[in-house]
Design a protein around this ligand. Structure first.
Ligand code: SAM
Length: 474
């Protein structure tokens, strides 16, 4: 007798295989049931999210008119909750030493031709200065799992170093952390080091598939990995970032698993994941992505993003430079709220790009543009690039952040913060054309701030930024 219980602390019960299989069968059976599909869409229009079952029916649907409605609704929800802001970040690879055997990752321990590197604190400093000189304010640090080379003390030291670097007007104001599953005690230490979001990709929710993809190393323990977000929240981290590596297993299975994970966190901790990432498997050193048979097309990828947007309207969504420009443009309008830009995925890559014959990137980057090019592109598409980190620094994390979203105050808070941080970028780092486009955009966007008093303060702050002051926020 199987048991599915979103409130359970056991991975097998909150991500229950049989429940997912029943969900997929239900979705298959009803995917052309117009009455049910219309009913689910009306529920979705209330903007309170959908259950994994309902959302799976939408994902399975092949009716053209319903799919058009799904895309239309995803765009509307994106616009209502996130407006036209897109938050920018960059990954910073600290170490590619790894003891795990993940068959899809070039860091796997038996990849003997991958040159292993770990940044010293001086190298972290140089990488961070390079990132600050590009204009970045928000990083996601990345590391392989190796208790000898990259123990938690090393990660904590790096976080501390990063926050301490102030080069010219540069500052990293939020460090998100993507490291292997760890203990409650270590999550507490990360919280004390003032990290932003703790990010951990599930890779796959399919337990049997997971076993085969992770044959050796500590990461092979599916339950320990799947229960990591619970431990992170118990350790006091209330912003956690989930994700699946699409291409490893069947995407419909992963979609249901991902939503069940969100339902579980909401049921137990009162708040779902802060972000959901949607990485797709890419070629890398020693990894041939085409050897994995579950790759998804760009169209399916877009549908996935739209369905996630509808199912969890308050959760930020992240797309990285694993996707090319065209694909990024498509999914931005369907629900993505954060993107990386100007990324290097090798250890030390911001100071010294990897020579071609010594590949140590974590995956092939599909969008190789500079941050300035990405910023200019976003603005020309009508988006407001944002370097805002205010919520977490003002203590608006977890459910407090969600209340901000739900109260509709984003336009008086996030939007002004986006404009002020964009202004900092334009003054300090932008190329002349980008600056010109940006200044015009800020002028036009000022008019969309509803409260007159807020608008007045923003206008004063914009002048103060011109004069050299920094770091204004609501
Ligand atoms: N070591 C940490 C862990 O085990 O979760 C996280 C760091 S790892 C640098 C970040 C993520 O890169 C992984 O969680 C995985 O989803 C993704 N990744 C690994 N190999 C990849 C590939 N070939 N293509 C795209 N993404 C990949």
């Amino acid at each position: 007798m199987w048991k599915y219980d979103p409130k359970s602390e056991k991975a097998d019960e909150f991500i229950n295989h049989e429940e997912i299989m029943e969900t997929l069968a239900y979705a298959q059976e009803h995917k052309a049931d117009r009455v049910l599909l219309e009913e689910i869409l009306s529920k979705a229009k209330e903007r309170k999210g959908l259950s994994h079952r309902d959302a799976s029916v939408l994902l399975a649907c092949e009716e053209e008119s319903i799919n058009e409605e799904i895309f239309r609704l995803a765009k509307q929800i994106k616009q209502d909750f996130y407006g036209n802001r897109i938050v920018l970040f960059a990954p910073l690879y600290l170490s590619n030493y790894c003891v795990n055997g993940c068959t899809y990752c070039p860091y796997h321990a038996v990849n003997h031709h991958m040159p292993r590197k770990k940044l010293t604190q001086e190298e972290v400093r140089r990488e961070v200065i390079a990132l600050q000189d590009m204009g970045h304010k928000r990083l996601a640090i990345e590391s392989g799992e190796d208790p000898v080379h990259n123990p938690i003390e090393y990660i904590l030291e790096c976080v501390n170093t990063i926050y301490g670097i102030h080069h010219k007007n540069g500052a990293i104001r939020r460090v998100n952390v993507n490291i292997a599953a760890t203990t409650v005690e270590n999550y507490k230490r990360l919280k004390e080091a003032e990290i932003g979001t703790y990010i951990l990709f599930q890779e796959t929710y399919h337990k049997e598939g997971y076993r085969q993809l992770h044959p050796t190393g500590p990461k092979s323990d599916y339950n320990y990995h799947t229960e990591a977000m619970d431990r992170a929240m118990q350790g006091g981290i209330d912003d956690v970032g989930c994700g699946v590596l699409f291409g490893l297993d069947k995407y419909r299975y992963e979609f249901a698993g991902l939503l069940m994970h969100a339902e579980h966190l909401e049921a137990v901790f009162g708040v779902g994941p802060h972000t959901i990432s949607v990485p797709r498997l890419r070629n890398a050193d020693d990894i041939d992505a085409s050897a994995f048979t579950n790759g998804i097309s760009d169209e399916t990828f877009a549908k996935l993003v739209a369905c996630i947007r509808i199912a969890v309207p308050y959760t930020g969504m992240i797309v990285s430079t694993r996707e090319n420009v065209k694909c990024r443009e498509r999914v931005l309008e369907l629900g993505i709220s954060q993107i990386s830009g100007g990324s290097r995925t090798s250890v030390g890559g911001y100071v010294e790009p990897e020579p071609e014959d010594e590949k140590s990137e974590q995956f092939d980057v599909m969008d190789n543009r500079t941050l300035d090019e990405v910023i200019c592109w976003l603005m020309e598409l009508g988006y407001v690039p944002s370097f805002c980190t205010a919520c977490y620094r003002e203590g608006r994390t977890g459910d407090r952040f969600m209340s901000l979203c739900k109260s509709g105050q984003i336009q008086n808070c996030c939007h002004p913060n986006a404009l002020m941080t964009l202004k900092e970028y334009l003054v300090d780092y932008a190329l002349p054309h980008t600056r010109e486009v940006g200044e015009a955009l800020i002028q036009a966007e000022l008019g969309t701030i509803p409260k007159e008093q807020v608008r007045k303060i923003v206008m004063e702050n914009l002048v103060n930024i011109e004069k050299g002051q920094r770091d204004f926020r609501f």
